[in-house]
Design a protein around this ligand. Structure first.
Ligand SMILES: Nc1ncnc2c1ncn2[C@@H]1O[C@H](COP(=O)(O)OP(=O)(O)OP(=O)(O)O)[C@@H](O)[C@H]1O
Length: 235
C-alpha cells in the first residue's frame, strides 16, 4: 500500500490569553492509499485540529508533515500558498457537517464548480457517482431546496468527483437522522473504495466508525490505535 501522508512528532497547541493549551503531543501517523480511518476521541481532544493539519488548513508548532507525491516523500515545511492550493486541489476532497454547498446553484453546477477548481470536466465517473448516490434526478434542483440527507449526498459527490487520493470528512453524518446517516456511510465507503480514496473521518458515532478499517482514538494529545486492519487484510 502506498503511503499518502506522514505526520512525524507533530505538536500543536493554542494560546489562550497568557496560557498555552497543548492539543496534539508528538503525534505520529501515516495514511495509506485506499485506507479508511475513523478518528474518535472526547470533545476538545483535537480531532478537527488534526484533520485541519492534514488538509493544510492549520499550521503546526513543531514536528514535520510529509505528503507523498509520485512516490516521493515531500516535506511541506518549505511550501508556500501555491503548493498548498495545488495539493488541496489535486489531493483533497472534503466533506463537513455543514455541507458548505453553493446554495443558490443547482446540484449539477455545484459539482461542475468543484471540478473546474481542479481543472477538470464532467466525466462518466461523475454520472456513476450521481447514479449511486441517487441524485441523478436532482441535478437541476437548487441545493437549498433539498433535504439534509440529499445535500450530504451532493456534498459527497462534489468531494469525490475528481477522484481525490484523500477525503477528509468531519462528522459527515452529524446533521442526519440515523437511517440517513447509515445510508451516507454505506455510500461514502463504497465510493471511496471504487476511487481508491483514503478516507479520514471524524466521528462520535461507533456505528459510523464501524464502517472504517482503522480506528484511531485521540486522548491527552496522543493517538491510540484501537483497531488497525491494513487495507490489504481488509479485502
Ligand atoms: N483556532 C483556535 N484557537 C484557539 N483554540 C482552538 C482553536 N481551534 C481549536 N482550539 C481548541 O483546541 C482544542 C481541540 O479542538 P478541536 O476542535 O480540534 O477538538 P475536537 O476533538 O474536534 O472537538 P469536538 O469533538 O468537540 O468537535 C479545543 O480545546 C479547542 O478549544
Amino acid at each position: 500500500m502506498e503511503p499518502l501522508v506522514t505526520l512525524e512528532n507533530i505538536n500543536k497547541g493554542f494560546r489562550d490569553g497568557e496560557s498555552f493549551h497543548s492539543v496534539l503531543n508528538q503525534v505520529n501517523l501515516t495514511l495509506y492509499q485506499g485506507q479508511t480511518v475513523a478518528l474518535m476521541g472526547p470533545s476538545g481532544s483535537g480531532k478537527s485540529t488534526l484533520l485541519n493539519i492534514i488538509g493544510g488548513f492549520e499550521t503546526i508548532d513543531s514536528g514535520e508533515l510529509f505528503i507523498h507525491i509520485d512516490g516521493q516523500k515531500q516535506s511541506v515545511t518549505p511550501w508556500k500558498d501555491k503548493q498548498w492550493s495545488q495539493y488541496r486541489r489535486q489531493y483533497l476532497g472534503v466533506v463537513f457537517q455543514q455541507f458548505n454547498l453553493l446554495t443558490p446553484l443547482n446540484v449539477r453546477d455545484n459539482i461542475i464548480f468543484s471540478l473546474a477548481m481542479n481543472g477538470q470536466k464532467w466525466t462518466p465517473w461523475c454520472d456513476e457517482l450521481c447514479e449511486q448516490l441517487d441524485i441523478s434526478s436532482l441535478l437541476q434542483r437548487k441545493v437549498e431546496n433539498l433535504s439534509g440527507g440529499q445535500q450530504q449526498r451532493v456534498a459527497i459527490a462534489r468531494a469525490l468527483a475528481h477522484k481525490p487520493p484523500l477525503l477528509l470528512a468531519d462528522e459527515p453524518t452529524g446533521n442526519l437522522d440515523q437511517q440517513a446517516g447509515l445510508q451516507v456511510m454505506t455510500l461514502l465507503t463504497s465510493l471511496a473504495k471504487q476511487a481508491n480514496t483514503c478516507v479520514v473521518m471524524v466521528t462520535h458515532s461507533q456505528q459510523c466508525a464501524d464502517f472504517m478499517q482503522t480506528h484511531l482514538h485521540l486522548h491527552g494529545g496522543s493517538i491510540e490505535h484501537l483497531r488497525n486492519i491494513t487495507p490489504l487484510a481488509y479485502e
